[in-house]
Ligand binder design. Structure first.
Ligand code: CUA
Length: 343
């Protein structure tokens, strides 16, 4: 286990060089990936309650750490007083243990307990009208998103009106996942056989990244999604547009692509409302072209990425449940022409 001890590392440089390297490694471990969502940058009142509690715990823990480190240093470097009346010194020691060992921790834990209760109250479900309920189902490895009141489904993209709470009902038909939008809310698990409910609210119009926060299999790291907070009118327009069935192309390459789709195994797994494709293993594709990303927010939704995904999905996300398509180049191009019409 010598490699665990920096003083035994065979490194060039000055005596302190290895410690500088160790410090730098620990330091950069705290660096944020650019664009990565941070719960320390809350953009909604749910996340703000969690972040406030986090900062309180951070500063209390820091104070306790510094306080006890001070005592440790005192014990290490202060010479023990030699008194003839040992009895008095003992009584003082008892008092220190009573205050620093029992009353102090009790007060600290009392504050933590009160702050936690306050945070739980702040996170309780606010009143939400039924039409603002979203069902989120954890799939392997993507998110099915249903709007039950509006009777449509989409995938990997949750639209919400800005400044209003939305109820999120979480279920999983396979393994445990965890739904997390760090800038908007704390995490909540999706547990097979159980229905969990939480809420999301964003202060500002914007796109917020969400992710799966519970290891759920080989593509856990590529199980992301977007929450898109829109002004109410824009949100209503989006709902109205998503409710519509797909427009079936009448002629041209898009029509050929539609026929390719309907004659292939695509329809076993995918739904396109308004057609005979009613599979429910993969994402609903009725308005695929309106979505910003593909494959659970792994890449931007554009023709090149979509073509690559259909031709060889295992290259993008090895182990995912979509089989590769056996299409000729012409069929694939026609299929892309069709899929691009699904706005
Ligand atoms: Cu789903 Cu990790």
């Amino acid at each position: 286990m010598n490699f665990l001890n920096p003083s035994r590392w065979k490194l060039p440089g000055a005596r302190w060089g290895r410690w500088v390297i160790l410090f730098c490694v620990v330091w950069i471990a705290g660096c944020a990936q650019s664009g990565a969502p941070s719960m320390l940058d809350p953009q909604g009142r749910g996340a703000r309650a969690v972040t406030d509690l986090w900062w309180l715990l951070f500063w209390m823990a820091s104070a306790v750490f510094v306080f006890f480190l001070g005592f440790l240093l005192l014990a290490l470097f202060r010479r023990r007083a030699t008194r003839p009346d040992g009895e008095v010194a003992d009584r003082r020691g008892t008092r220190v243990v009573l205050v620093a060992g029992i009353i102090g921790p009790f007060l600290v834990l009392l504050v933590v307990f009160a702050a936690t209760i306050w945070t739980l109250r702040a996170l309780a479900m606010p009143p939400v009208p039924d039409e603002l309920t979203v069902h989120v189902i954890g799939r392997r490895w993507w998110w099915e998103v249903q709007y039950p009141a509006q009777q449509f489904a989409t995938a990997n993209e949750i639209h919400i009106p800005v400044g209003r709470p939305v109820r999120v009902v979480l279920t999983s038909p396979n393994v445990v996942h965890s739904f997390w939008v760090p800038e908007l809310q704390g995490k909540m698990d999706l547990v097979p056989g159980k229905t969990n409910v939480m809420w999301l609210e964003a202060d500002e119009v914007g796109v917020y990244r969400g992710l799966c926060a519970e290891f759920c299999g080989v593509q856990h790291a590529k199980m992301n999604f977007l929450v898109i907070a829109q002004p109410q009118a824009e949100f209503d327009a989006w709902l109205a547009q998503q409710r519509l069935p797909a427009q079936i192309p009448e002629d041209g390459s898009a029509r050929t692509g539609f026929d390719v789709f309907m004659q292939s195994s695509c329809i076993e797994c995918h739904t396109i409302r308004g057609t005979d494709a009613t599979g429910n293993l993969g994402p609903d594709l009725t308005h695929l072209a309106s979505r910003r990303t593909l494959a659970s927010s792994v890449m931007p939704n554009n023709r090149g990425n979509l073509g690559g995904w259909i031709a060889d999905p295992q290259h993008v996300k090895p182990g995912n449940l979509m089989p590769p398509a056996t299409l000729t180049g012409t069929e694939l191009q026609a299929l892309l022409d069709f899929l691009e019409t699904l706005e």
